[in-house]
Design a protein around this ligand. Structure first.
Ligand code: AMP
Length: 369
């Protein structure tokens, strides 16, 4: 990932892919041009990399010149194209090939055609490394297209975001979600995840999603989801994965503008962890860390029985159900430690002590991420 000014970009097209495409374009154009000496015209600024790499691969004599146009402001293509440097040589009777880094709306191309309208060139052809078909609004023919790309802002290999990024040898795409901190708060029932999440969400401006709370809200409101989940929850068992995953996805979607999430009670199985990775990936984001509160079983039972006296939670009222939940955790959920350890994202924190002490320990782990 790279950051340019205020925005984050993710890798999109590698230097090797670009090189292969440039080679293909050079070969194809050389075959079509035959024995003539073409004039390649680069459109500055963006095309300097394309032109440089292209002509190095061009196997026969050629000439190179540039015109300079400007169209982008920030990340948006503007209608208004300025001609900063026009044609500086007579191209009468010549085979001209425009070399563009990207064809977007086609406004720049329209200006190029205006420039060449009164030049008596033998032929004028357009070659572009990148082409955004969804953005293209003109009907000028594009003779040579390197790679078709979706209508998302890209930088690198000559393309910039407000001046930066032109020097990158590969191409990056703007991240859909600009910045996210996503934490999985982990630990057995009664470890204090809910209590700590309340502090952490304030401190780091994150949205707290507790799957247990969402289920209980649905049970209270007697929704279909609540009815379905209740039978499992009352026995201390896990609700089936697909039900939980769908619900979690919906909760994340509801908070599209969030700076990040604290997931509490999710994931609880490998399938859930994989689906969470996919969900984050679809937002160009990721889970940064799983932070686990580590507390011994006997302390957990004691805490949950204590909470059961006031919480009204059926699954806190009875020691057998509590022990069942702890067993479920070790049988099905604790394996997630391996899942996140394998990605170097597991952080264990001692969950025994005062609430403030534990918040302090969690904060220092998060600050060090
Ligand atoms: P909690 O409030 O996290 O202790 O969750 C209470 C109960 O809700 C659990 O014992 C499960 O029955 C159900 N539940 C919560 N989160 C999940 C999940 N990620 N997967 C399956 N069941 C869950």
């Amino acid at each position: 990932m790279v950051k340019l000014h205020d925005k984050y970009f993710k890798p999109f097209i590698s230097a090797k892919q670009i090189d292969d495409v440039m080679q293909r374009l050079a070969t194809e154009i050389a075959n079509d041009v035959g024995d003539e000496i073409p004039v390649f015209v680069g459109i500055l600024n963006g095309s300097f990399m394309v032109v440089s790499d292209f002509v190095k691969k061009y196997p026969k004599p050629c000439e190179v010149t540039f015109i300079k146009l400007a169209s982008y402001e920030g990340v948006k293509s503007t209608e208004d194209i300025q001609r900063l440097i026009g044609l500086t040589q007579d191209l009468t009777g010549r085979t001209v090939i425009i070399l563009e880094d990207i064809i977007d709306t086609g406004n720049t191309l329209a200006e190029v055609h205006r420039i060449f309208k009164n030049e008596k060139v033998k032929s004028l052809k357009i070659a572009t490394l990148f082409y955004k078909p969804e953005a293209y609004k003109k009907d000028f023919k594009l003779h040579y297209v390197g790679i078709e790309i979706p209508n998302k802002f890209i930088v690198g290999y000559g393309l910039d975001y407000d001046g930066l990024g032109r020097n990158l040898p590969e191409v990056y795409q703007i991240k859909q979600t600009q910045h996210m901190t996503n934490l999985v708060l982990f630990g057995p029932p009664g470890a204090g995840k809910g209590t700590q999440a309340e502090f952490l969400k304030e401190k780091y401006d994150l949205v707290h999603i507790s799957t247990g709370d969402v289920f209980r809200f649905n049970i209270k409101n007697e929704t279909a989801l609540g009815m379905l989940a209740k039978s499992y929850i009352d026995k201390g068992q896990l609700v089936p994965d697909q039900v939980t995953i769908d619900m979690l996805n919906a909760e994340v979607e509801k908070n599209a503008g969030a700076k990040g999430f604290i997931f509490d009670g999710f994931p609880r199985t490998n399938a859930q962890a994989e689906s969470l990775d996919k969900l984050m990936d679809s937002k160009d984001s990721q889970i940064n860390a799983m932070i686990a509160l580590e507390v011994e079983d006997e302390i957990l039972v004691e805490r949950l029985l204590g909470r059961g006296k006031t919480s009204g939670r059926a699954d806190d009222a009875n020691e057998t159900i509590i022990r069942n939940r702890i067993t479920e955790y070790y049988n099905k959920t604790a394996i997630l430690k391996d899942y996140y350890s394998a990605q170097d994202k597991y952080f264990g924190v001692n969950g025994v002590g005062s609430i403030e002490e534990i918040t302090e320990r969690l904060s220092s782990t998060i600050d060090n991420l």
